[in-house]
Design a protein around this ligand. Structure first.
Ligand SMILES: [Zn+2]
Length: 321
């Protein structure tokens, strides 16, 4: 009986092994580049990953049932939602595949704690997402390295960028050279008259007037796909995003305490390779700078009632930060 039992166990193990990919790698061509990057990033961190032993299947599916747009079904079978995928930037696609491989290959579960600045601590954030938290991860520039380190090693220490801040009074009024000024406007589109390499500041006050409509500023591009946006609602939702040709979404806060009723002062400052964003002179966020596609700066108006802008100013800042 004992031997039979062991044999049975042996067969069961054999059967459950056969249920996985049997070493077959069947990855849809759209995902191959990200699987290769995963292997490369593992390699840089001293880990050899080769799916020849485990197999790997990554395919598209139509159904929508998770917030993150993909799922690891276990046994190295990953399904990605086509509609979701089509909307993502290259780095967001990488992040999604890395998340799913985090489940399948690295045995990671979801990790939903945050860094000191409120950003997710891990690329493995996921369902159930705490109430009032956005799923947005800024997976660009400096941040990307940390998220990949953390993916492969959950013990990775807190990154410096999670406590990086800026002082609103870093520059005196005398140091700022005003190149564009609008005393009052409901809607506008202007040339900023600055060069790519300039340090500069966009500073204005805005009253959204309507509670749910998004208002704010867009710059650096000509169309939605290549512009940067800092926008908010009177209901205290705050969003920093860009088109697919730039970074994608970077920061979303559901109930941002810095936002007041009536006029709010928004300041976007580019210094060297970073952007710093302030709300009512309070530091709100920083992100890596990326060259833009045009000198255009314009209002962002999504509702039927236009917001009111006042003291809209673009200034050149001294070259050294
Ligand atoms: Zn997940």
């Amino acid at each position: 009986m004992k031997i039979k039992g062991i044999l049975l166990l042996f067969f069961l193990v054999l059967i459950s092994c056969q249920k996985d990919q049997n070493g077959v790698v069947d990855v849809h061509p759209e995902f191959e580049v990200y699987v290769q990057r995963f292997k490369d990033e593992a390699n840089k961190r001293g880990k050899q990953i080769d799916f020849a032993d485990t197999g790997l299947s990554i395919q598209f599916r139509d159904a929508v049932d998770t917030e993150t747009g993909g799922v690891c079904r276990g046994n190295y079978q990953i399904e990605i939602e086509k509609f979701h995928w089509d909307d993502l930037t290259d780095l967001q696609r990488e992040g999604l595949i890395f998340h799913e491989l985090g489940h399948c290959e690295l045995g990671r579960g979801h990790r939903n704690d945050t860094l000191p600045n409120g950003e997710w601590a891990s690329r493995m954030r996921g369902d159930p997402v705490p109430d009032g938290m956005s799923v947005v991860i800024n997976y660009t520039g400096t941040r990307r390295e940390y998220y990949i380190d953390e993916l492969f090693d959950e013990g990775t220490s807190m990154p410096d960028w999670a406590t990086l801040s800026a002082n609103f009074d870093q520059f005196t009024p005398e140091e700022k050279e005003i190149v564009l000024y609008l005393e009052e406007a409901e809607e506008f589109e202007e040339n900023m008259r600055i060069t790519l390499a300039s340090n500069f500041e966009i500073d204005f006050e805005i009253d959204p007037r309507q509670s749910e409509s998004w208002v704010g500023v867009r710059w650096g591009g000509r169309e939605v796909d290549n512009e940067l946006f800092v926008i908010f609602t009177a209901a205290k939702r705050f969003f920093i995003t860009s088109g697919q040709a730039v970074f994608g979404s970077m920061r979303e806060v559901e109930n941002f305490s810095a936002i007041q009723s009536g006029f709010n002062r928004i300041t976007v400052r580019k210094v060297a390779d970073k952007y710093f964003v302030f709300v009512n002179k309070e530091f709100a966020y920083w992100f890596d700078y990326k060259n833009w596609n045009s000198n255009t700066v314009k209002s962002h108006v999504s509702g039927s009632t236009k917001p009111l802008y006042r003291n809209f100013t673009v200034s050149l800042l001294p070259p050294q930060g």
